[in-house]
Structure formats: C-alpha cells, structure tokens
Design a protein around this ligand. Structure first.
Ligand SMILES: NC(=O)c1ccc[n+]([C@@H]2O[C@H](COP(=O)([O-])OP(=O)(O)OC[C@H]3O[C@@H](n4cnc5c(N)ncnc54)[C@H](O)[C@@H]3O)[C@@H](O)[C@H]2O)c1
Ligand SMILES: CC(C)[C@H](C(=O)O)[C@@H](O)C(=O)O
Ligand SMILES: [Mg+2]
Length: 358
C-alpha cells in the first residue's frame, strides 16, 4: 500500500515527521513517498501543487498531509498561494466529505477554555462538504460594480452555489455516519437568508426519507456556533457546507482542549482519502519544536481505518495517544499545572513507546 506524504509548510514537516515515525513502528509494509506542497511546492517547482505531487497523490492509496501557508506568500497571485494546494487536492481527488471528529480525552478536560462539565465526555462529528459552496463557486473576482448602490465603484465578489447531487451525496454520508453513532443528525444552514441554504435544507430533508431511523434537525449557523460553546454535548453528528464547516470545526476544536488535537479525513465516494490535522501551518510557532503532533498522528489513525482497512492498527494508535495523555505528557497548547511539558519530538517519542506496549 502506498501513502503519499505531503508535509507542506510551517509546522507541517515537524508534525508529519512524528506521524510517519508512528506509522513506521506498526510493522506494516507501507510504501511512503514524500513530495513538496504549498509554499514548499512553490519554492521547489514554482507551483503550490506541482504536477508530480498531484500525480503521486492520485496514484497513492491515501495521502497524509501536514499543513500549508505562510504569511510571506500572501502577496502572490491567488493561483500561486500555498492554500491553493490543499484546495486543488480536494477538488482534483473529489474529496467531498470532510470528517472532523471532536472528542475530548478525559485527561484534557481542564485544557479546554470551557468549563470541564460542559465538555467532559464530548464526542461529536462534524461533516463538512469540501468541494463546493462559496469556496469554489464561479464567478468571483474584483470588478467595477455593474449595478446597485455602489455602481461604478470597485467591488469584490464570490458566488455561493450548491448543486443538488452535491448536497445529496454529503447528506447520505452524514446520515450513514449518524446511523453508526447516536442516530442524531443536525444539518446546519442559513436558510433564513440564503437561497443556497434553503435549497440545502430542502434536499437534506428529502434524503432523510431514506433514513427514518435517524433523527434530523435543522439549525441556523449562528445558533449552531452559540450552541457549540453553550452545550456541545447535545450534538451527535453535524452536517454543513464548506464555509460554515470550516468555521464551526475550528470552534469545535477548542472543545477538545486545542486545535492541535483535531484530526480530519477528507474522503471521496470510494473512501480514498486525504488525512490532515484541522489546523494550519502555525507560522507563529514553526521551527520551535513545540507544535502538538497529536492531531496529525490521530489523522494517520483515521487513514488506517478509512482508506487502508487497518482498523486494529488505528485502534492501537488511538490507545497509545490516550496512554501518553494519561502519563501526563503535554505540548504547551494543552499544558496545565501538574502535567509534564514536552515538545513535538518528545510527544512523538512517547506515542512510539506507548505503541510498543499496546
Ligand atoms: N489545511 C491547511 O493546510 C490549513 C488549515 C488552516 C490554515 N492554514 C494556513 O495556515 C496559516 C496560518 O493560519 P492561522 O494562523 O489562521 O491558523 P493555524 O491553525 O495555523 O494557527 C492558529 C493558532 O493555533 C495554533 N496552532 C495550530 N496548530 C497547532 C498545533 N499543532 N500545536 C499547537 N498550536 C497550534 C497556532 O500556533 C496559532 O496560534 C495560513 O497561511 C492559513 O491559510 C492551512
Ligand atoms: C487553508 C484553508 C484553505 C483551509 C480551508 O479553509 O478549508 C483550512 O482552513 C482548513 O480548515 O482546512
Ligand atoms: Mg479551517
């Protein structure tokens, strides 16, 4: 089985290195090939998603991705910016279903900025549509306003759109995931204002007819953001569009103690996937050896479960992460008094050692 390793920028290489070490000790015969992506792709080949990198991602059985982006590339033309690499991979590989599980490990109850009783026992799954919405809608750009109150002035514009099959396929993924868990699905929209999301709500309601064993409710995105910090445990599975999912999943990350704890899987219709932490390249801490590698290590576990058919190995990695947290080891983002502060590599070491015991 072949895994494409795309470390990217900032903390990407530091955290991916630890996840690769974890995969290496599993005693499986994975073929791993590394390629540059994001700013690193731009530096090496003049493009954030070099042809060779895309080819490797396409032919591999799964992709392990770090993060892309750095402020120094923010002035480049948009097609050359590092973020286009991850957007291009999602689109080219048809990775329309993004699963972001927000789980609070009991040991981290005190690391969250929310009260322990609000978050303890948290286990929710955010399913974000990943290849449509305002992220990819055309037309977009900056132009002279053709009409309206600001006619003749410069304006920026994007297009929000969702086709019926796009909504149907992500709804099916969400209902099926809910069926395997608590059988409750919340569809998050902005149907009170946006045509696109009234349409979304109508289609999700229609798909629900095939999943009568799952309880469906609808919630506006502003309320969902509030409920996520007020009573997050009331959710089971959330399904939403690309942009709302981006925002809500970062909010949900803090329920788990840190964004450094939130893994993700981006899947196509056949469970081929790209696996990455939900966070970015964290340029503010890059190169300091303090980034939390656990979201990436847990993403590697999701890769084993969803794309490589190695559920037992995934369980082993998750058990090893739990063991390391129980030992009291913490990177600075999840550190609290009474625990032991470690860096990225020591955290990787600890997971590798725990694996040999599990
Ligand atoms: N999928 C991706 O590759 C991805 C995702 C999000 C942001 N980005 C890019 O990353 C760059 C930085 O964006 P940002 O600062 O808004 O978001 P970010 O997620 O990179 O960082 C936000 C904050 O969280 C902290 N953080 C993130 N990951 C951490 C980890 N593993 N351990 C400890 N702390 C961690 C950072 O230090 C920072 O303070 C931008 O160029 C952005 O476009 C890329
Ligand atoms: C880097 C950016 C394009 C990306 C997104 O907006 O999808 C990131 O924020 C994420 O959550 O994966
Ligand atoms: Mg994001």
């Amino acid at each position: 089985m072949k895994i494409a390793i795309l470390p990217g920028d900032g903390i990407g290489p530091e955290i991916v290195e630890q996840a690769v070490r974890v995969l290496d000790v599993l005693d499986e015969k994975f073929e791993m090939e590394t390629a540059p992506v994001g700013g690193a792709g731009y530096e090496a080949h003049g493009h954030p998603l070099p042809e060779g990198t895309l080819k490797l991602a396409k032919e591999a059985d799964a992709v392990l991705f770090g993060a892309v982006g750095d402020w120094k590339y923010d002035k480049l033309d948009r097609p050359l910016r590092p973020e286009q690499a991850i957007l291009g991979l999602r689109k080219n590989l048809n990775l329309f279903a993004n699963l972001r599980p927000a789980i609070l490990y009991p040991e981290l109850a005190g690391a969250s900025t929310l009260k322990p009783e609000v978050v303890s026992g948290l286990d929710i799954l955010i399913i974000r549509e990943l290849t449509g919405d305002i992220y990819f809608g055309q037309p977009r750009g900056v132009r002279t306003a053709p009409d309206g109150a600001f006619k003749g002035e410069r304006e920026g514009f994007d297009t929000m759109r969702y086709a019926e099959p796009e909504i149907r396929r992500i709804a099916h993924v969400a209902f099926q995931a809910a069926r395997k868990r608590g059988k409750r699905l919340t569809s998050v929209d902005k149907a009170n204002v946006l045509e696109t999301f009234q349409f979304w709500k109508d289609i999700v309601t229609d798909v629900h007819k095939e999943y009568q064993d799952v309880a469906l409710d609808h919630m506006y995105v502003d309320n969902a953001a509030m409920q996520l910090v007020r009573a997050p445990k009331k959710f089971d599975v959330i399904v939403t569009g690309n942009m709302f999912g981006d925002i809500l999943s970062d909010a949900a990350a803090m329920l788990t103690g840190s964004i450094g704890m939130l893994p993700s899987a981006s899947l196509d219709a056949n469970n081929k996937g790209l696996y990455e932490p939900s966070h970015g390249s964290a340029p503010d801490i890059a190169g300091k050896g303090v980034a939390n590698p656990l979201a990436t290590i847990l993403s590697a576990a999701m890769m084993l479960r969803f794309s490589l058919n190695k559920a037992e190995q995934a369980d082993r990695i998750e058990a090893a992460v739990k063991a390391v947290l129980a030992q009291g080891l913490r990177t600075p983002d999840i550190y609290e008094e009474g625990t032991t502060k470690v860096g990225t590599v020591e955290m990787g070491d600890a997971v590798v050692q725990a694996l040999s015991r599990h």
